[in-house]
Ligand binder design. Structure first.
Ligand SMILES: [Zn+2]
Length: 363
């Protein structure tokens, strides 16, 4: 005989179960509306109060900010999802300290351009130091999502405009570390006259170009895999996002693979989200381009795609108007997008008009 108590317990469990399922579904469907923030001098309580008021539910924050216990605690209390921005092969400190860490371009130069300084992606100790750092960070600060940034080969893509010929973009890495590892991997006995990075590049291009591109992409995908494994040993529930260079498959003659080494289809099995840096104004593109990049990435990966858009001009002199910001924002939110991330908070809060546009669009 079933007691009254059992029936009540069953009903209560059922209601809780349905409630949880609904909450989970709601969370799954909820758009991620957020900002990138790298540093902040003001009061954290008022910062989170502003986000609550606007309707922000996600933050992509720097290691420094997410190392701050008050910042982390407030994110939990305010139900803000935390993505920690982790630069991987961008290595200004390490390359300055030890120039042998640098990646080397096909012209035999250090992989650097202004502030953009890249480490060699085959450098075992460098890779391991990044992985160790991330493992410790997850253990100590427990972010919701790892947001892998600069997880690619060297390029100052922010200043590469439409119709740039691929041959004018530096290709890397052609140091002895990478080149020898590639020869070994492919079982190649190279001509003894092929010595300099420029000669090696030309020789590979003529003889092993497809293999080289695949090997280059594998260096990036394997790094993501190693990071994810290390992080999940500590927190099996942790999610992973990747900052994608906003180049479509055919842009710059396939440079997303040939130069950048981001093979989105292979990368997707390690990821939960992908966030293209669709800074349309910066790279001289229109709002429709944002939707195009998002759609192509979604087709290629089937992940939750969360484009990031810019607030203010960068590297160019012409203004990014309120109207253009509104159009870019609308384009970024079009299906199959799963939200939008503003680059960045400090610039948004400094511009009252754009802040109002953002608020009224997402509410
Ligand atoms: Zn290298």
């Amino acid at each position: 005989m079933i007691s009254k108590f059992s029936i009540i317990s069953l009903l209560v469990s059922w209601v809780i179960f349905i409630g949880c399922t609904h909450t989970k579904e709601k969370n799954e469907q909820q758009l991620l509306l957020g900002v990138k923030i790298y540093d902040y001098d003001g009061d954290f309580k008022s910062l989170f109060a502003s986000w609550e008021e606007i309707g922000i539910n996600t933050v992509f924050a720097s290691v420094d900010l997410l190392s701050n216990s008050q910042f982390k605690q407030l994110s939990i209390e305010n139900n803000i999802k935390t993505f920690v921005i982790l630069p991987i092969f961008y290595a200004p400190e390490e390359t300055t300290k030890d120039s042998t860490v640098y990646a080397i371009t096909n012209e035999g130069k250090y992989a650097e351009d202004e502030w953009v300084k890249f480490a060699c992606p085959s450098h075992k100790e460098f890779r391991q130091s990044r992985i160790n750092f991330i493992r410790e960070f997850v253990k100590t600060h427990n972010p919701d999502v790892l947001s892998l940034d600069f997880i690619r080969h060297f390029a100052f893509w922010e200043k590469i405009y439409p119709n740039t010929p691929i041959d004018s973009i530096p290709n890397s890495c052609f140091d002895q570390r990478c080149v020898n590892a590639f020869y070994k991997n492919q079982n190649i006995n190279v001509d003894v006259n092929v010595k300099t990075p420029a000669q090696i590049y030309q020789w590979i291009r003529s003889n092993y170009w497809e293999e080289w591109i695949k090997w280059k992409c594998d260096l990036i995908t394997s790094m993501v895999n190693e990071i994810v494994n290390a992080a999940k040993e500590v927190d099996p529930e942790i999610e992973i996002n990747l900052h994608a260079v906003p180049w479509r498959e055919r842009d710059f003659d396939g440079s997303i693979l040939k130069i950048i080494g981001q093979d989105f289809s292979s990368l997707s099995k390690h990821l939960n989200y992908i966030s293209p840096m669709t800074y349309a104004h910066m790279v001289k593109q229109d709002p429709d381009w944002i939707t195009g990049v998002v759609s192509e990435l979604f087709q290629e990966t089937n992940l939750k795609v969360i484009p990031s858009i810019q607030v203010d001009k960068a590297y160019l002199d012409n203004k990014l108007t309120n109207d253009e910001f509104q159009k870019n924002l609308n384009a970024a939110l079009k299906s199959p997008s799963r939200g939008v991330i503003i680059w960045n908070w400090n610039k948004l809060v400094a511009n009252k008009d754009k802040l109002e546009i953002f608020k009224s669009t997402i509410q």
